[in-house]
Ligand binder design. Structure first.
Ligand SMILES: [Zn+2]
Length: 339
């Protein structure tokens, strides 16, 4: 019997020494120390031993049981320590690595130009107004003196939602909202997004941005228009900027002018940016047509004014020397990060 005990203990120790997981350890515990385990079976078999041998043998089996249990506990501590070490190793931080800073956002180049335009006009006493991008025929055309046979109404040019509802083709309808909603005098700029059915090319996009301006007051003349736009152009393009006014036609202004500024790159000598002309066309403007003032319920005998509009993309292309309008809408960080 003593020999059996020695053999059992040596076998249990041998197996415990090779254990590599807690599951395996539990398996061995069950095999030797569990209710049906080998050591427990030995204790149960004491009944068949001669009474005088029982105490000594019982003591020996209990000692064996305690030693195997102690050994199993030691193995368990070793496995747990090993698991903890692996966990710490996995979570180890290399504090010598260079840090990863947060990505810094930037204002979009169109937003920058728009903000620049706004701040110049705010400095000249203008308020900022906004209007809906989905407009009715009346606001986009009718009230602006654009008759129903005007080419601007061509469905080729406009995104119609229904017969009389469309995406605004310019920011001019905001003029109508402003004039309807209050009493003159008015001094507004109206920045916003506009839509036309243009194919996407390096020069055209079906979505683009305009800034519209409107001044309505008593005794406003074309000289006031020239004065305001000259101040604006010099702040935007440089104090030595010269202005060129040429007659143009818009249904909602009379007289109307197309306005160019002297090229800020070549100062008028002629270069690639201005296609050799020395001038950059940036604005359309004119005295508000008396019909438009009457259309919104004000007296054109009493109130006069001027309006102007500019394309934000065009100004951004010129100012930043960009050759393709599509860059503004593609969201390519290699482009946007340059601003
Ligand atoms: Zn030039």
């Amino acid at each position: 019997m003593q020999k059996d005990l020695l053999r059992l203990e040596s076998e249990a120790r041998q197996r415990l020494s090779g254990v590599s997981s807690l599951a395996e350890l539990e398996e061995i515990r069950r095999k030797y120390l569990g209710k049906k385990g080998s050591v427990t079976q030995l204790l149960k078999s004491l009944g068949s031993v001669a009474p005088e041998e029982r105490p000594a043998l019982g003591q020996a089996i209990n000692d064996l049981k305690n030693r195997v249990a102690a050994e199993a506990d030691a193995v368990m501590l070793r496995l747990e320590a090993e698991a903890e070490r692996m966990r710490l190793e996995a979570e180890r931080l290399d504090i010598t690595l260079p840090g990863r800073g947060p990505m810094q956002g930037r204002r979009h180049p169109l937003t920058r130009i728009m903000d620049e335009i706004k701040s110049i006009f705010i400095g000249l006493g203008f308020q900022i107004a906004e209007g809906p991008e989905v407009e009715t025929d009346r606001y986009n055309f009718e009230a602006l003196n654009i008759p129903s046979d005007h080419p601007a109404r061509d469905t080729q040019d406009s995104f119609y939602i229904s017969d009389s509802v469309l995406l605004r083709t310019h920011t001019s309808p905001v003029q109508i909202h402003c004039m309807e909603d209050g009493e003159p005098p008015f001094r507004f700029i109206m920045p916003g997004r506009t839509y036309r059915r243009d194919a996407v090319t390096s020069r055209h996009s079906p979505i683009f941005h305009q800034v519209e301006g409107l001044v309505i007051d008593r005794d406003v003349t074309f000289t006031d228009l020239k004065g305001i736009l000259t101040v604006f152009s010099r702040q935007m393009f440089g104090q030595d900027t010269r202005m060129r006014f040429r007659p143009d036609f818009f249904p909602f202004t009379e007289p109307s002018a197309e306005i160019a500024v002297s090229c800020f790159v070549c100062k008028g000598k002629g270069c690639r940016l201005c296609s050799g002309s020395g001038w950059l066309e940036i604005l359309g403007a004119g005295m508000v047509h008396p019909k438009v003032i009457a259309n919104v319920g004000h007296d054109p005998e009493k109130w006069q004014g001027f309006a102007f509009g500019m394309g934000v993309e065009r100004i951004a292309l010129l100012k930043y020397g960009i050759d393709d309008i599509r860059h503004f809408f593609e969201g390519d960080l290699r482009f946007l990060n340059q601003f």
